[in-house]
Design a protein around this ligand. Structure first.
Ligand code: ATP
Ligand code: MG
Length: 287
């Protein structure tokens, strides 16, 4: 599938309303799609093994979305193909007292991937220009008042662009996904959390409260996506009303990005190879 149409590298022309959350690129749910996702996952696992052995690049996958857009199930299904040894998933909630005592990027920095590893952020530092903006939470943060001026959001967008540039220049590949669902689809999924006993635990009355601010969130997301889409860390806008399509597209994009990396298994020097022969003889008492 041509994934280019879902990539935003510059915010200038980007409008969230131009993308239908129902879009499936003419594809239909079925066995062929499941097979394609499975193949993508196999290839991702193969590349992860090389990434780990090469041990120079790290990959950061960021998932942002409205409630119930499918971040959790994406992680569960797509990422399950990876070797757990090289993957860390971090879910970002409202900051703890300790986190509040630091700058807002601190907690993310702590969870950036080690070289050779993949980190998956379920929400991220983008919450600090989305939920914090929608609910005007900055005033309750311990930041000197004179540093919170009219330009504070523009400053944060710049800080985030700089942070992502910093990551790129230090060998961390940032792959960002915005899972785009409609208000109706969110309603269906939240109702399912109420109706299905196995999903009851996922329901939070906070979801209802957040839903009241739907339009504000959409505008805030649009601005954030426009301001933080760059060539080196583009956004991928995933039509996510159909979970099967979101899974296909995300697996395709992760696979493509991993495939572009100049990684390979380390090659042994001839000295090492000679040493192997001697180890072979020493093993099992053959010397
Ligand atoms: P789901 O999409 O399945 O509902 P979730 O990611 O919303 O999962 P929750 O535990 O329901 O998980 O919610 C986490 C909450 O933490 C979100 O409402 C999010 O906006 C909030 N949060 C995350 N980071 C921050 C932050 N920096 N400041 C304030 N709130 C934050
Ligand atoms: Mg939630």
């Amino acid at each position: 599938m041509n994934t280019k149409q879902f990539i935003v590298t510059s915010g200038k022309a980007f409008r969230i309303g131009d993308i239908s959350p129902d879009f499936t690129n003419g594809k239909v749910k079925g066995e062929a799609i499941d097979l394609q996702v499975e193949e993508n996952m196999k290839e991702m696992a193969r590349l992860q093994d090389i990434l780990y052995a090469h041990n120079k690049y790290g990959i950061l996958i960021i998932l942002q979305a409205m409630d119930a857009a499918g971040k959790d199930s994406t992680i569960k299904h797509i990422m399950s193909g990876f070797n757990p040894q090289g993957v860390n998933v971090k879910s970002f909630k409202a900051p703890s007292a300790e986190e509040m005592d630091h700058d807002y990027l601190w907690r993310s920095h702590l969870h950036l991937p080690e070289r050779g590893n993949i980190a998956i952020f379920n929400r991220s530092y983008y919450e600090d220009v989305v939920v914090v903006k929608v609910h005007k939470l900055l005033a309750s943060h311990n930041i000197p008042e004179d540093l919170i001026g009219d330009n504070v959001w523009q400053e944060r967008y710049r800080q985030i662009r700089d942070f992502e540039k910093y990551m790129e220049e230090n060998g961390i590949i940032v792959i960002k996904f915005f899972l785009h669902i409609s208000k109706d689809e969110q309603c269906k999924r939240l109702l399912e959390r109420l109706d299905n006993p196995e999903k009851n635990w996922k329901f939070s009355s906070a979801d209802l409260e957040e839903r009241q601010h739907w339009d504000k969130y959409q505008n805030t997301y649009e601005e954030m996506l426009r301001e933080t889409a760059t060539e080196y860390a583009p956004w991928h806008i995933i039509p996510a009303n159909k979970k099967w399509f979101a899974r296909l597209l995300i697996s395709e994009i992760v696979k493509e990005n991993m495939g572009k990396l100049p990684i390979k298994y380390p090659v042994m020097t001839s000295e090492d190879k000679n040493a192997l022969e001697s180890y072979r003889q020493q093993l099992c008492g053959k010397v």
